[in-house]
Write a protein that binds this ligand. Structure first.
Ligand code: SF4
Length: 498
């Protein structure tokens, strides 16, 4: 029986879609002591993995999949690919009506019934952690029971259609023993010699102890489960031997358990042969030892989610922020010269445009490498979606469900944030004018957020504003900044510094 697992990637399409390899590895591994009678058949399944880039159109992807003549086509769904994936499913069913289409992943899980009700091209949605439920579905098909109520009705964690009605079986407990899940790397499923592999993801844990209201990830995993460190070490040794450009440790908050994070960093350092490290972490939990280990591990892609500094907003999204600990953590990252990005989210409950300006002013006072102002997506299944009306949050009904208004931000202000992002990029991220910004702030007493606002108004009045290149902005900006200083009776001593 042929099975084709696929996913549409955000960018290159060469990134490793780890979820698909977990599914394949779990299907191929020897069956447990009590095989259900059909599991040995799974070992003879012909399982292929195909990934596609966003720019390939849906019917082409469907034709590519159909060429493999799979009995089952499985799709891993995320917020960035769900719409296109559904369109691929429609085209695929037109080409081969008898292919069983199974969706899974964080975007399919909370929308399982909605998808099945609205998309006849989708047959089954696997909800939550997918390995066991997907294998049970494949086993049912292999035993000729895939289309029968008897075959599917006993599989926990799936939603499916029976006689035109959508049925959701009880949820499956996320109790998969990690020892039973073959490592996609150690089992040889992923060929690390492939030249197109540049960034390698690795999961050392599943789950998150936090409960952020805008996030769905933690709902799939009520508790954090860790892969054994011995396995993580073997995986790191193998991956790093191949010297990928970057290894991305996918854990929700890498340093949530500092002692374990330090052990992993030491393993990384021991086996590293020149790769860079990408992690998401909490700055408040950093200490000097951790930061020195991050530096030795070549962690030069660090994401730090702050989301908001407004205490009412933080309460509404169920997050905590400790300003002093954060300041200390960022100070350490700066001391060791690490590259990181601090992230804010825009139209959260109670978050006014002026709150974001204040947050930017405070965060820029820490001399960060970069601040990103991310748009809010109101994701299916989240607590924020359930309370969106209460917070006056209006958002797009299709993925990526972008918020365009809230109880604290008008539609016009949310639109203006695009220009604010551009101002941050040109005046700060480009690095050319950073010293000027700090001079205007420290000597002339002008807030950085005020300079951004002036930039937004000034750039909107430039003839042909939309067509101006970054290089041209770099030529125009010294004059703009000089005038800004002059309006405050201040003469700049520096114009730009690289
Ligand atoms: S946003 Fe990050 S920290 Fe918050 S619950 Fe989700 S994974 Fe955890």
């Amino acid at each position: 029986m042929r099975i084709l697992l696929s996913s549409i990637c955000l960018e290159t399409g060469t990134d490793i879609q780890l979820a698909l390899y977990y599914l394949k590895g779990y299907l191929l591994k020897p069956p447990p002591v009590r095989p259900s009678g059909c599991l040995p058949a799974l070992r003879s399944c012909d399982i292929s993995i195909r990934t596609f880039t966003e720019d390939v159109n849906a019917s082409r992807i469907a034709r590519d999949i159909a060429r493999h003549k799979p009995r089952i086509a499985g799709f891993s769904c995320y917020v960035w690919n769900i719409e296109k994936t559904l369109s691929v499913c429609r085209s695929l069913k037109k080409l081969h009506a008898d292919i069983l289409v199974i969706l899974g992943g964080p975007e399919a899980t909370p929308r399982a019934e909605d998808i099945l009700n609205s998309e006849p091209a989708v047959d089954i949605v696997v909800r939550g952690e997918g390995e066991q439920a997907f294998r049970d579905c494949v086993a049912a098909v292999a035993a000729g029971r895939g289309g029968s109520p008897r075959g599917l009705s006993r599989i926990t964690g799936i939603s499916w259609r029976q006689d035109g009605c959508v049925r959701s079986n009880p949820a499956r407990k996320p109790d998969l023993a990690f020892a039973a899940v073959p490592s996609p790397y150690l089992s040889g499923l992923i060929d690390l010699d492939r030249r197109d592999i540049v960034d390698v993801p690795l999961e050392t844990a599943r789950g998150c102890a936090c409960r952020c209201a805008y996030c769905y990830y933690h709902k799939n995993f009520p508790r954090v489960r860790f892969f054994p460190l011995s396995r993580v070490e073997k995986e790191l040794a193998l991956i790093l031997f191949h010297r990928p450009r970057e290894v991305y440790l996918m854990d929700a908050t890498f340093n949530a358990h500092p002692a374990r994070a330090k052990k992993i960093l030491r393993l990384f350092i021991r086996h590293n042969r020149g790769s860079n490290l990408h992690v998401e972490l909490k700055a408040e939990l950093l200490d000097e030892e951790m930061v020195s280990l991050l530096a030795a591990a070549r962690a030069n892609n660090i994401e730090i989610g702050v989301q908001s500094l407004n205490s009412r907003t933080l309460m509404a999204i169920n997050r905590h922020f400790d300003k002093e600990m954060f300041r200390k953590g960022i100070g350490l990252l700066n001391k060791y010269g690490l590259l990181y990005e601090i992230q804010l989210i825009d139209a959260l409950p109670y978050q006014r445009y002026s709150d974001l300006q204040d947050a930017l002013d405070w965060l820029y006072s820490l001399h960060p490498v970069k601040i990103a102002l991310l748009p809010l997506s109101v994701l299916p299944g989240t607590a924020l979606l359930a309370s969106a009306d209460r917070y006056g949050i209006k958002f797009g009904k299709q993925a990526p469900y972008r918020a365009y208004q809230s109880n604290a931000m008008s539609r016009k202000e949310v639109t203006r944030l695009e220009r604010l992002r551009f101002a941050m990029e040109r005046l700060y991220d480009s690095q050319i004018f950073q010293k000027v910004l700090y001079e205007l702030r420290d000597t002339a007493g002008i807030k950085i957020s005020d300079i951004f606002e002036d930039f937004i108004n000034w750039s909107a009045r430039l003839p042909g504003a939309k067509r101006i290149t970054p290089e041209k902005y770099n030529r125009l900006l010294p004059d703009f900044l000089k005038k800004k200083g002059a309006r405050h009776n201040y003469k700049l001593t520096t114009l730009w510094i690289t």
